[in-house]
Design a binder for this molecule. Structure first.
Ligand code: DAH
Length: 359
């Protein structure tokens, strides 16, 4: 029995010494010292041995087990150290290599930069910037802007209704920034010079209409305001945006909240207002017209002033006998399209870096 113990011991010592990985070592530990291995079983059987044998066999088996345990521990430490240094060499990171290419910072969306450019122009003319709600009551969106009860813009097909009448006030997604005219006058006494940028919503979708777009409303109310003031203001705007040699022309139009109402054209900056190019071909931008339509405007209809209640906030209020005003509404997308030659309005909202990266 002692021989068998010595045999097991030298066999185990040989294999443990030769183990190349800590996994292999663990397998050897199970094989020689695990619960079902021969040596531990032998140790467990010592009690049943003949008393004369018991002492010697027990001592030899115990010695063998302790020796193997110590050997395994020693080899484990050696192999772990070797594996760690091999791992460090293999996984080494060269911290002196340059990093991944720096990500570009990006830029403002062209609609944002256009809006800011326009705001700056009007700030320079003495206007202040205000904002207002995109979810708006029919009162401000239509009624207080002098729209007749049957005005076609009120149709369910032309306006996004959020809440029907009967459940409180009738509520829409504002179809234009004009409702802020009355809100601004309710909040401030005259004289008033404000521009209101913001999102507006209409159920249209094609190359020149998106369900959501941006406008900038302008409103000036003071004493002795005439259409000439409107024209001068918009001429400054047109020259700042499209070039110093631009001209503007007003064409009669109709809006419920202005009287008279006009559509405003800017002389084409692509053909210098001639309508044709140097080679005699028709100007592709203004389609030979020489003029580009840019916005709607007019003199504030006295009926709109009558919709503005006099309160502590706006005292002495807006008396149509005392004050006059002019207003305009322009589309930010349209200005940016004209300026940068963007062919399809939907491109602004597709988030395609090939477009965004150009601005
Ligand atoms: N609100 C009009 C629209 O969305 C634009 C407009 C026209 C605004 C004339 C005005 C104005 O302030 O005076 O089509």
């Amino acid at each position: 029995m002692i021989d068998r113990i010595e045999q097991l011991r030298s066999e185990a010592e040989g294999e443990i010494g030769a183990a190349a990985t800590s996994e292999e070592l663990e397998q050897l530990r199970v094989r020689f010292l695990g619960r079902k291995a021969e040596l531990p079983q032998l140790l467990r059987g010592v009690a049943q041995l003949d008393p004369a044998e018991r002492g010697k066999v027990g001592a030899a088996a115990n010695a063998a087990r302790q020796a193997l345990e110590a050997l395994i521990e020693e080899r484990t430490a050696q192999l772990a150290a070797a594996e760690l240094s091999a791992g460090l060499v293999h996984d080494a990171v060269d911290v002196t290599l340059p990093g991944a290419p720096a990500q570009p910072l990006g830029s403002l969306h062209v609609l944002t930069s256009t809006r800011r450019e326009l705001e700056d122009i009007f700030l320079g003319l003495g206007f202040t910037v205000m904002e207002g709600p995109e979810i708006e009551t029919v009162h401000y969106n239509f009624d207080a802007l002098n729209h007749s009860p049957t005005h076609p813009a009120r149709a369910r097909t032309d306006t996004f209704y959020v809440q029907r009448s009967g459940e409180g006030p009738e509520v829409v997604l504002r179809t234009h920034t004009s409702p802020m005219q009355v809100r601004a006058m309710e909040a401030h006494p005259p004289p008033l010079y404000v521009v209101i940028p913001g999102r507006v919503y209409r159920p249209d979708s094609d190359a020149t209409h998106t369900p959501q777009f941006h406008q900038i409303e302008g409103l000036a109310v003071d004493e002795d305001i005439t259409l000439a003031d409107l024209k001068g203001t918009l001429l400054s705007f047109a020259r700042a945006v499209f070039g110093e040699t631009r001209d503007v022309r007003l064409r009669p139009h109709f809006f419920p909240f202005t009287e008279p109402s006009v559509e405003v054209d800017v002389s084409c900056f692509h053909c210098s207002g001639k309508g044709f190019m140097a080679d005699g071909s028709r100007c592709p931008l203004c389609k030979g017209e020489g003029w580009l339509e840019v916005l709607g405007a007019g003199e504030v209809d006295p009926n709109v002033f009558a919709f503005v209640p006099t309160t502590a906030a706006n005292a002495p209020g807006y008396d149509p006998e005392k004050v006059q005003g002019f207003a305009w509404g322009l589309g930010v997308e349209r200005i940016a399209m004209l300026k940068h030659g963007v062919p399809d309005l939907r491109m602004y909202f597709e988030n395609d870096l090939r477009l965004l990266g150009q601005f």
